[in-house]
Ligand binder design. Structure first.
Ligand code: GTP
Ligand code: MG
Length: 445
C-alpha cells in the first residue's frame, strides 16, 4: 500500500504542516513531524475530515478560533516598527529577537517576509502572506498549465545547509569526487553555483549557493527551488543555532530533510547525542522509530557518501518529481551579476519546460534573447531540460536571486514585461527614499 507524507497532505489542504499535525492530534492521529508518513486510507480520511471541516469551522467553531494562534498578514517586506505593532511587541523586543537569529536591523529598516514570519512565529503569531494585486505586468504572462499526461520524471534539486564549519563545502566536494563526470572535468566544477552528480545513471542537482541565504532570499520572493534539503550536523559539535534555523527553513518550505551526521572520523564523537538533539527539535530519526533519514558520514574521508546519495535518490523517488520538457521554459534565477566582458550573466534553474538558445525570455527586470548557455562543466549547450542549472547570456539587465524567469512568445513581449517591472521598481525605490527622508525629518523635530 502506498503512503503519503504529512507535508504533502498539508500542501493539498493548503495549511502548514504544523497546523495539520495539530489538527490531526485533535482527531487522535499522532505523528512525529512533517516527514512522517500516513497510510493512504488514513490520509484520505484526514483529507476528507479536514478539507470540509475548514468551511464549517469559520461559522461554528468561534470558540476554538479564539484558542488558535492569532493570524497576521504580512506582505513581501515590512519594517521592524510595523511588525512590532502587528504583534503587540516593542521594537526593542523585535530587534533583540532579530539579533538572536543573526539579523541586524534598525527600527525603520524593512525585513523580508521570511524573516518577519520567523519572528512572528516566535511570538506566537501565525502569518499569512499578503499577495499584492498590482502585479499587472504579469497579467501579460500566460500561465501554461500542464496536462498530467505530458509530465515526465525530473531529477531532484538538493540544497545543503547547516551550521558554520560543520562541513557543507567539504560534503559537496566529497559528493563531486564520488561523481565520475566531475572527475573527468578535472575538478572544474565551480563554473556556476550548482553542480550535477550522476549516481547509478540517475542525476541529482546540488545548489551550491549557501543554503540559508538561498532559502531566505528565494522564499522571500515566493520562489521554491529545493526539493530536498540535506542538513549537515558535525558529530563533535551537535545541533547549533544555524542547524535549527536550517531545520525551520526546511519545515516552513515543506521540504523533506535528510540529516548528514558528519565528521564521524573524529575521535570521541557521540552520534547518539546528535540524534537526541535532533529529536528535541522534532526530528526523530529512523533507527529511533521516526521517519527522518540520517546518515553518518565523513566528508573528509569520503565515508558513506554513496549511502547518503542513495538516500537522496530514495527520497526523490517518493516525491515523484515531474515536469513537462515539451513546453516553454520557466524557472528561477539562482544568482546573477554583471560581467565586464559578457554583460549580465544569470545562473538559472530550469524548473519546467526546455530552455533553448534563441528563446526570448524575461527574468526579473532583465529581458532578451538567450545568446548562449553554459552548463555546470563550463560547456556550451543548446538546450536545458527540467532541473538543469545553466548560466545564460543575453539579458538586458541583471535580475535578482529568486526572480522567476519565463520564456515568452517574442522579444517585444519580453521587453514590455521587463519595462513595466523596471518602472514599478523605480516607484518603489522612490517611495523608500521619500520614507527615509520623512523619518529623518521627524527624528530631527
Ligand atoms: P562554512 O562554509 O564556513 O559554513 O563551513 P562549512 O560548513 O562549509 O565547513 P567546511 O566544509 O569548510 O569544513 C569546516 C572544517 O571542518 C574544515 O576544516 C574541514 O576540513 C573540516 N571537516 C569537514 N568535514 C570533516 C569530516 O568529515 N571530518 C573531519 N575530521 N573534519 C571535517
Ligand atoms: Mg562552506
Amino acid at each position: 500500500m502506498s503512503k503519503t507524507r504529512v507535508y504533502k497532505l498539508a500542501q493539498k489542504l493548503g495549511i502548514s504542516s504544523k497546523e495539520l499535525i495539530e489538527q490531526m492530534e485533535t482527531l487522535g492521529i499522532n505523528v512525529n513531524n512533517h516527514m512522517s508518513t500516513l497510510e493512504d486510507d488514513e490520509a484520505k480520511l484526514v483529507f476528507e475530515l479536514l478539507g470540509s471541516a475548514d468551511e464549517k469551522d469559520n461559522s461554528i467553531n468561534r470558540e476554538e478560533e479564539e484558542n488558535c494562534m492569532p493570524k497576521i498578514m504580512i506582505s513581501e517586506k515590512i519594517s521592524v516598527q510595523d511588525l512590532s505593532k502587528l504583534i503587540n511587541k516593542t521594537s526593542a523586543e523585535v530587534i533583540t529577537k532579530l539579533i538572536q537569529i543573526g539579523v541586524m536591523a534598525t527600527i525603520n529598516q524593512e525585513i523580508d517576509f521570511d524573516v518577519a514570519e520567523l519572528i512572528a512565529l516566535e511570538f506566537g503569531y501565525e502569518v499569512e502572506k499578503e499577495v499584492s494585486n498590482d502585479d499587472n505586468e504579469d497579467s501579460l504572462l500566460e500561465v501554461e498549465v500542464d496536462d498530467p499526461n505530458d509530465l515526465q520524471p525530473r531529477p531532484p534539486i538538493v540544497t545543503v545547509m547547516g551550521h558554520v564549519d560543520h562541513g557543507k563545502t567539504s560534503l559537496l566536494d566529497a559528493i563531486r569526487q564520488t561523481n565520475v563526470t566531475a572527475k573527468e572535468a578535472g575538478g572544474i566544477t565551480q563554473h556556476i553555483g550548482a553542480s550535477e552528480v550522476h549516481i547509478n545513471g540517475k542525476k541529482i542537482v546540488f545548489l551550491d549557493t549557501p543554503g540559508h541565504e538561498a532559502f531566505t532570499s528565494m522564499r522571500a520572493r515566493g520562489a521554491q527551488v529545493t526539493d530536498i534539503s540535506i542538513i549537515v550536523v558535525a558529530a563533535d559539535d551537535g545541533i547549533m543555532p544555524q542547524t535549527i534555523e536550517a531545520i525551520n527553513h526546511s519545515k516552513a518550505a515543506n521540504v523533506p530533510i535528510i540529516v548528514a551526521i558528519n565528521k564521524i572520523d573524529k575521535p570521541n564523537i557521540n552520534v547518539d547525542r546528535v540524534k537526541q538533539e535532533l529529536a528535541d527539535q522534532g526530528l526523530l530519526v529512523e533507527d529511533w522509530g521516526g521517519d527522518v533519514i540520517s546518515v553518518p558520514v565523513s566528508a573528509l574521508k569520503g565515508q558513506n557518501i554513496d549511502t547518503l546519495l542513495e538516500m537522496v535518490l530514495l527520497v526523490a523517488e517518493m516525491e515523484e518529481l515531474k515536469a513537462n520538457p515539451n513546453r516553454k521554459a520557466v524557472g528561477t534565477v539562482i544568482e546573477a551579476q554583471l560581467d565586464k566582458g559578457r554583460g549580465p550573466v544569470a545562473t538559472v534553474l530550469v524548473q519546467n519546460g526546455t530552455l533553448k538558445v534563441g528563446d526570448s525570455i524575461v527574468a526579473g527586470i532583465g529581458h532578451g534573447k538567450v545568446r548562449a548557455m553554459i552548463n555546470h562543466l563550463g560547456k556550451r549547450i543548446k538546450e536545458a531540460t527540467p532541473s538543469t542549472p545553466v548560466e545564460i547570456l543575453g539579458l538586458s539587465d541583471v535580475p535578482q536571486s529568486g526572480d522567476q524567469f519565463v520564456v515568452v512568445e517574442n522579444d517585444k513581449l519580453a521587453r514590455s514585461i521587463a519595462d513595466k517591472r523596471k518602472e514599478k521598481l523605480r516607484e518603489e525605490q522612490m517611495k523608500a527614499t521619500q520614507k527615509v527622508s520623512l523619518d529623518e525629518l521627524f527624528k530631527q523635530m
